[in-house]
Design a protein around this ligand. Structure first.
Ligand code: NDP
Length: 272
């Protein structure tokens, strides 16, 4: 099976490259990956040409502008990468009849309710969420697509990594008030590996168990026996875009489909 991974230099892409079996076609933009191909997704004709030439059986689109604040400032770029590029990936997927797994986010929701199900109504409150929602819409215009919504992906970046590093230095962690469903890039990659075999379409939430950031920080402090302290805050210094209060995802559907434990906190914290 030929599997094309966009965002192969990102957190999820790196783990997918480790976990997936088969003929992997790894695509990056600015951070070179060994044996990979440089392809800027905003170069739409190059994207279509590349896919049509490589004829993958499966495309996993993990590439995204994930910096929430940058998306609010550089809206044109966020729109191109997170939305418009997906349209072109879909066009080429149709031609080569590839199965498309498109990665999306809990930030398509406003965070007023939490534990969002796949069919809950999105209502993004920042431009990252809006651009990702547009990307989902393009992706779902193709029958052979799975839109996989996830939350708080961590590997070498993400809140748990910040917590670990900060506490290790004996400093104070600022935990933004609210809830989400963090998952390690490794567990997400393992779940995706299993999902490829099932060829599910539509929308599916694959994320960790719901937790508040302050509880998560305390768990990490205990688990790794770290110093420092944890403070819950309403505002995080440097954040410009609004964040949803409770963007946690209901993962009951994925739990029924998958055999891998992608959700439990202990399992996810093994991959810090
Ligand atoms: P990263 O930020 O780690 O990686 C983003 C990837 O996108 C990089 O490989 C980057 O390439 C690539 N990329 C960015 N712009 C372009 C472009 N113009 N052309 C080609 N590639 C580009 O993301 P994650 O692995 O953390 O996230 C994976 C997916 O999960 C994303 O779709 C994201 O929206 C979603 N998600 C992530 C969450 C999180 O907390 N991180 C939470 C919820 C959903 P390069 O580095 O080579 O420039």
């Amino acid at each position: 099976m030929r599997i094309l991974i966009t965002g192969a230099s990102g957190q999820l892409g790196i783990e997918l490259s480790e976990v997936l079996k088969g003929d992997l076609i790894k695509v990056y933009n600015t951070k070179e990956v060994q044996g990979g191909y440089k392809l800027d997704l905003t170069n739409y004709s190059a994207v279509e040409d590349f896919i049509i030439k490589k004829k993958p059986d499966v495309i996993i689109n993990t590439a995204s502008l994930t910096d929430v604040d940058k998306c609010g400032i550089e809206r044109g770029l966020a729109f191109k990468v997170n939305a418009e590029a997906v349209k072109h990936i879909v066009r080429a997927s149709r031609v080569v009849e590839a199965y498309l797994i498109h990665i999306s986010t809990d930030y398509v929701f406003d965070g007023e309710k939490g534990l969002y199900k796949e069919d809950d109504l999105p209502n993004p409150i920042n431009y990252y969420g809006l651009s990702k929602l547009l990307g989902e819409t393009y992706a779902l215009s193709y029958d052979d697509t799975l839109v996989l919504r996830t939350s708080g992906v961590f590997r070498h970046k993400g809140f748990p990594i910040y917590v670990y590093k900060t506490l290790k230095e004996g400093k104070e962690v600022s935990a933004f008030k609210g809830y989400y469903s963090p998952i390690s890039a490794r567990k997400l990659a393992e779940a995706i590996s299993e999902l490829i075999d099932y060829r599910k379409t539509g929308i599916l939430n694959v994320a960790g168990e719901r937790i508040s950031r302050v509880d998560l920080a305390m768990k990490i402090k205990e688990k790794f026996n770290l110093g420092g302290s944890v403070k819950e805050v309403d505002d995080v210094k440097g954040w410009v875009a609004k964040r949803p209060f409770d963007s946690s995802l209901d993962i009951s559907k994925a739990k029924k489909i998958l055999s891998v434990d992608f959700y439990s906190l202990d399992e996810n914290l093994r991959y810090m």
